[in-house]
Design a binder for this molecule. Structure first.
Ligand SMILES: Nc1ncnc2c1ncn2[C@@H]1O[C@H](COP(=O)(O)OP(=O)(O)OP(=O)(O)O)[C@@H](O)[C@H]1O
Length: 553
C-alpha cells in the first residue's frame, strides 16, 4: 500500500467529535461509524479495519494520538497481507504472538545485511538490551548467521540445523522481495524444537555413525578378500581350503599348514592372518629351515645392545617380539634342527622371551601358524621332530592339495599367471595356443604351483610373435632354454665343463648347481625369489646351497 492509495482521512477527538475530514472521510456512512464509540474502541484496538460504504470497501488505518486519532482511508488492496489483516478478526494478536513467541525467534535483516528486527527471546539469548542490536551487522550479533547469504543468493534455506553455543537449533531463512527485488531476509530459529525433530536429529546422527562403521567394515572386508582371492582355484579341494581358512582364522589357535612344496602354504598363512582379529598387527615369517643353531636365539628372541661382537648398537627385537599382537609364521618347521625345536617349545609353553644379553623377560602375545611339506608324524617316528612340539603346533591342520589333485584348476592358474607376467614384463596381448592347456594338464607337476608359475613365466618370456606355444615350455625334464645365460653360452659351459663325462645324473646335478649359483647372483641372494624362479622349494634350495658352500650370514 502507498500514499496513492489514500482516499481520504478523518481527524477526530473524543470530546469534540470530528475535527477535520477529507475525501471518503466526508461520506456520511463513514462519519456515522466514527461517531459510534463502541466501533471506535474496537477499531483502535485492531488498528486496521474494513470500512464499507454504499459503493465500495476501504481500509481504515487508525493512528491514536492522546485524546485524538487519525483515521486514514485507503483503497482496498488485493494482497495476502490485507486479506489476512482484514479477514482475521484477531490478526494483530497473531502478529504479536509471532513476534514475541518465546520458542520461535525471529531475525529480520535489511538489504545491507543489518538487523532491522530481533525478537525479544533472541535478544535475551544474546544478552542484549531491547533494541540495542538494531542497525548492527547481522554477523556481528549472530556469528554464524547465513541471513546475508540468503539476501545475496535469494535462495531460501529451510529446516537447517544451526550450532548455537553448545546446542543445536532448527532454523529457516527466507529472502523477502518487494516488487520482485530482494529487500531483506527473515530468519526463524526454533528455540525449543518440536521433540520429534530433536529425536529425528539424534536418530540421524546414530544412523550416520552406523553407516560410517559399515563402510569401514566393508572396506576391510574387501582387503581381507584380496588375500583369499590370491589363492587361485575353483576345484572342490581349494574351495574347501578357503572355507577352512575363514572358519579357523578367528579362533586364535595354532594352525599347521601341510602340503607339498609349492602348493601355496605361505598364501594360506597370509590369508589366515588377514582374516584374524590380529590383522592390524604384524605377520612375521621365519624360515625355520634357514635358522642356523648359532643365531637362532638372537633371531627369534632378539638381543640387547652389545650382546655380542657384530651386534647392532641398539640391540634388536627378535621375531617373536616383532609378532607381538600379531601372527608368527614358522615356515618349513619340519626342517628345524632339534636343538632349535626345544627353544621354540619353551616360548610356545611360556609365551615369554628374553633377549640375548638381557635380563628382562618379556611376555609376548602371538598367534602361531606353521607350515611344512614333510609328514611330521613320520619325522616324529624317526626322532627328527619332537612329539610335544608337534602337539603344540597342530591343534588345527589345513592340508593343501597338490596340483596333481586339482588339475582342473590349471586353466585358471594359467590365466592368472599370464596376467601376472603381462604386468611384470609390460607385455600385454600374448595369446595362448589352444593346445597349451591340454598339454599343461597332461603333465606332471612335482613342484606344484610354484613350478607351473615358473614354467609359465619362462614360456611367456620365450613366446614369439605374441603367441605362447607348447614349444615355449621346457618339457618335464626341465627347460630346453633357460634364463640367465645365453643358450650357446650354456652349451659351451656344459660341454666345456665335461657334459659328456660321467653319468647323466652327475651332469644334471652340475647344471642344477650352476643355475642356482647364477640365480643367487641375479637375485642378490634373495632365496625366496631364487626358489620361486627355479621352481624348487626353499628347503631344497638350502640343501643345494650347503653343497655350494653358501651359508647364511
Ligand atoms: N593357489 C595358488 N594361486 C596362485 N598362486 C599360487 C597358489 N599356490 C601357490 N602359488 C604361487 O606359487 C608360489 C609358491 O607358493 P608358496 O611359497 O606359498 O608355496 P609353499 O607351499 O609355501 O612352498 P614351500 O613349501 O616350498 O615353501 C608362489 O609364487 C605363490 O604365489
Amino acid at each position: 500500500m502507498s500514499l496513492k492509495d489514500l482516499k481520504g482521512f478523518i481527524i477526530s477527538s473524543q470530546d469534540k467529535g470530528i475535527l477535520l475530514a477529507s475525501g471518503v472521510g466526508e461520506e456520511k456512512t463513514v462519519q456515522a461509524l466514527v461517531k459510534t464509540p463502541a466501533w471506535v474502541q474496537e477499531a483502535v484496538s485492531k488498528r486496521i479495519v474494513p470500512i464499507d460504504t454504499q459503493d465500495s470497501r476501504y481500509i481504515g488505518l487508525f493512528a491514536p494520538n492522546d485524546d485524538k486519532y487519525i483515521l486514514l482511508l485507503m483503497d482496498e488492496a488485493n494482497d495476502a497481507v490485507m486479506e489476512f489483516l482484514l479477514g482475521v478478526d484477531f490478526s494483530t494478536n497473531i502478529l504479536e504472538q509471532i513476534l514475541t513467541d518465546p520458542y520461535d525467534a525471529m531475525v529480520v535483516a535489511n538489504r545491507q545485511g543489518r538487523l532491522a528486527y530481533l525478537s525479544p527471546v533472541h535478544e535475551k539469548f544474546f544478552g542484549l538490551k531491547h533494541g540495542e542490536a538494531i542497525g548492527a551487522k547481522v554477523t556481528d550479533v549472530i556469528p554464524n548467521s547465513r541471513l546475508c547469504d540468503v539476501i545475496k543468493t535469494g535462495v531460501a534455506e529451510v529446516g537447517q540445523v544451526l550450532q548455537m553455543g553448545d546446542t543445536q537449533r532448527v532454523t529457516s531463512r527466507h529472502p523477502i522481495r518487494r516488487d520482485g527485488e530482494i529487500v531483506g531476509a527473515i530468519g526463524r530459529v526454533m528455540f525449543k524444537g518440536p521433540q520429534q525433530i530433536e529425536k529425528m536429529s539424534r536418530k540421524i546422527t546414530a544412523l550416520e555413525k552406523r553407516l560410517a562403521e559399515y563402510e569401514r567394515e566393508s572396506k576391510s572386508d574387501k582387503v581381507k578378500e584380496k588375500y583369499l582371492d590370491a589363492i587361485i582355484g575353483q576345484s572342490l579341494a581349494i574351495e574347501a581350503v578357503r572355507r577352512q581358512i575363514k572358519k579357523v582364522a578367528a579362533l586364535d589357535v595354532p594352525v599347521l599348514i601341510q602340503g607339498e612344496s609349492g602348493t601355496g602354504k605361505e598364501l594360506v598363512a597370509r590369508a589366515l592372518h588377514m582374516y584374524s582379529q590380529r590383522s592390524d598387527s604384524n605377520l612375521v615369517t621365519v624360515n625355520a629351515a634357514a635358522l642356523p643353531a648359532t643365531l637362532v636365539e638372537s633371531e627369534l628372541f632378539g638381543y640387547e645392545a652389545g650382546a655380542f661382537t657384530g651386534a647392532h648398537r641398539k640391540g634388536r627385537p627378535g621375531k617373536f617380539e616383532q609378532a607381538d599382537g600379531g601372527t608368527i609364521f614358522l615356515d618349513e618347521i619340519g626342517d628345524m634342527p632339534l636343538e632349535v625345536q626345544s627353544k621354540l617349545l619353551r616360548v610356545l609353553q611360556e609365551r615369554i622371551v628374553e633377549r640375548v644379553g638381557g635380563d628382562k623377560p618379556k611376555s609376548v602375545d602371538f598367534r602361531l601358524c606353521s607350515a611344512t611339506n614333510h609328514n611330521l608324524e613320520d619325522l616324529v617316528e624317526e626322532n627328527k621332530f619332537r612329539l610335544d612340539l608337534f602337539y603344540r603346533i597342530s591343534p588345527v591342520c589345513i592340508t593343501l592339495p597338490s596340483l596333481e589333485e586339482r588339475k582342473e584348476d590349471i586353466p585358471l592358474l594359467l590365466r592368472h599367471f599370464m596376467q601376472e607376467m603381462a604386468d611384470k614384463y609390460d607385455k600385454a596381448n600374448v595369446e595362448v595356443e589352444s593346445n597349451v592347456v591340454d598339454y599343461l594338464m597332461s603333465r606332471r607337476w612335482p613342484g606344484n604351483i610354484r613350478q607351473l608359475r615358473h614354467e609359465v613365466e619362462r614360456a611367456f618370456v620365450f613366446a614369439e610373435n605374441g603367441v605362447l606355444r607348447i614349444e615355449d615350455f621346457g618339457g618335464e625334464s626341465g627347460g630346453s632354454r633357460s634364463f640367465g645365460a645365453q643358450p650357446q653360452n650354456r652349451n659351451n659351459r656344459l660341454t666345456g665343463g665335461g657334459m659328456t663325462d660321467g653319468t647323466i645324473k652327475e651332469a644334471t646335478a652340475r647344471v642344477e648347481l650352476e643355475m642356482i649359483s647364477d640365480c643367487m647372483v641375479r637375485f642378490r641372494g634373495n632365496k625366496k625369489k631364487v626358489a620361486d624362479h627355479l621352481g624348487i622349494s626353499r628347503s631344497y634350495l638350502y640343501k643345494k646351497l650347503e653343497e655350494l658352500n653358501i651359508h647364511e650370514d
